[in-house]
Design a protein around this ligand. Structure first.
Ligand code: SF4
Length: 242
């Protein structure tokens, strides 16, 4: 994909959503950190429900330590893997209090040293809380970047590095939000909504037009001998932090 196409893709994504942000609810960097840790293999909606129970009673590392692991579990038990997430959050809070004065650090190395925080989570914090042009490649970005050929790569890290190199500077700050939202609502995993896609004419996904725009996905599926789910290089891996 050439630079002109990449620029036009982001121009259109920006036009339809000039100020994109995360769909997780949070009121501080620490709350964002907790929400992102909870979001591994969970929906934002599910996380928001749990944090609506948690944050009114504990919204700082010290308050969560005082709440205790059982109290924390009680409030997040509707989320998958809540036991291990609770352990990680407790351990992270201990480090934040002991080593960072109760604040979330701004350095990648210090963020990734927190239990439950991998590269993707660190990137979300650096980008959304601290305004750095970091690219948190989740399963949606990985799929959209590969399908469209915006930035192909076999691993989230490879896609992250290509996006950082190839996305025009003016779009870098918000690019990951646009791509996540596009993947979540339009370029969905099993049935991308190509007829409604604002970048369909720029996207280089090989299977989109004949299969979806003609509204004949089933017939094409049969030709392909399987599901409309995309195949090949865009099969999403597990999220980097999961
Ligand atoms: S045209 Fe289809 S495959 Fe390409 S980005 Fe849009 S929804 Fe995804």
């Amino acid at each position: 994909m050439n630079r002109a196409k990449r620029t036009e893709i982001f121009r259109r994504l920006r036009e339809s959503n000039p100020s994109p942000t995360t769909e997780l609810h949070y009121a501080s960097t620490f709350e964002l950190l907790v929400a992102v840790i909870l979001s591994a293999q969970a929906t934002d909606k599910g996380v928001n429900k749990a944090t609506a129970r948690l944050f009114p009673v504990a919204s700082t590392p010290q308050a969560i330590l005082e709440l205790g692991e059982e109290g924390l579990k009680e409030r997040i038990r509707t989320i998958g893997l809540f036991n291990s997430k609770a352990k990680n959050i407790m351990a992270a809070c201990r480090i934040l209090v002991d080593a960072h004065g109760g604040e979330v650090p701004r350095e990648r190395k210090a963020l990734e040293a927190l239990p439950g925080v991998g590269r993707k989570t660190a990137n979300v914090i650096l980008n959304t809380a601290f305004g750095e042009p970091a690219m948190a490649v989740d399963t949606h970005i990985f799929r959209v970047a590969n399908r469209t050929r915006l930035a192909e790569g076999k691993t989230p890290l490879a896609v992250e590095q290509r996006l950082l190199r190839l996305v025009p500077k003016e779009f870098l700050q918000d690019a990951h939000h646009w791509l996540i939202l596009h993947g979540r609502y339009v370029c969905t995993a099993r049935k991308p909504r190509c007829p409604e896609c604002s970048i369909a004419d720029l996207c280089e996904y090989k299977h989109k037009t004949a299969a979806i725009v003609r509204g004949d996905a089933e017939a094409v599926n049969a030709d392909r001998g399987g599901d409309a789910a995309p195949t090949g290089g865009e099969k999403p891996p597990l999220d980097a932090t999961s």
